[in-house]
Ligand binder design. Sequence first.
Ligand SMILES: Nc1ncnc2c1ncn2[C@@H]1O[C@H](COP(=O)(O)OP(=O)(O)O)[C@@H](O)[C@H]1O
Ligand SMILES: [Mg+2]
Length: 291
Amino acid sequence: MTSTAESGRAAGGAARTAGARDPLLTVDGLTVRYGRASQPAVNDVSFSLRPGDRVGLVGESGSGKSTLAAAVLRLLPASASVTGTVDLDGHPLTELKPSELRSLRSTRMSRVPQDPLGNLNPVFTVGRQMSDVLSAHQSLGRKERTARVEEALHRVGIGDAAVKRRSYPHELSGGMRQRVMIAMALLNHPDLLIADEPTTALDVTVQAQVVELLRERVAEAGMTLLLISHDVGVVSELCTTVMVMYGGEIVEKGAASDVLTRPTHPYTRSLIAAARGRVPGDGDDPTERVT
Ligand SMILES: Nc1ncnc2c1ncn2[C@@H]1O[C@H](COP(=O)(O)OP(=O)(O)O)[C@@H](O)[C@H]1O
Ligand SMILES: [Mg+2]
């Protein structure tokens, strides 16, 4: 555990006592087990994110990436048992009340999920759902909320925001729904954005647009990014640091330029070879850029 994590808690949940380069998020010895599963889904994971870090978490399906994200956000199902700690600004999240956690999930750290349709309510318009996210954390009049919603939609590249905000989720394309999720995640200006496979469900061309959008928004706000993906190309576009997860553990961690060009763990090598569309072999040029 870092000295930041041990430095005690400030008065008031939102108080920010940490310096600019002190960790924003510190995960220490995190282990998650579902029900009576023999193997933990996340096994003794430790890392920290400093403000402005852009970290990619890569790994094959089932390696524990989403479980790790859910554990950080304290959104795990009741069947999951957790040991280890997650601190935000050195304050343990376990000590927060449910209402404080709900507020923090929008204003300090928020999530872009893999499956927008499953995370939007089918019976309300997207504008209404965004408006609800705003009013849960700030007291704003209806007109102001509408203006903020339209502005947020605009900023994720939705030009006809006044029309689109009146749409129901099923009336929008997959790419448009993911833009809405990104707009929603950014509504309350979080410091940390956790994007769990944000482009996986999208067509390749739309994927590129959403990656570009995330890059712009993250850079503009100076946000800290934890990007989960099994796509090393997307990670190399957006992240400066990479962590590789395998079997619930982080098996490799380092600068993206090193990990993605000179992987040391056998699993990382095969992941990168798969991204290049071939199996790893002696002919691999370790300096070749991953695209
Ligand atoms: N709600 C759940 N209940 C039981 N097991 C789960 C649940 N969610 C995930 N798992 C299991 O935990 C492991 C990690 O899954 P997950 O975190 O979804 O991996 P990833 O996001 O890397 O694909 C897998 O073995 C998966 O089957
Ligand atoms: Mg997942």
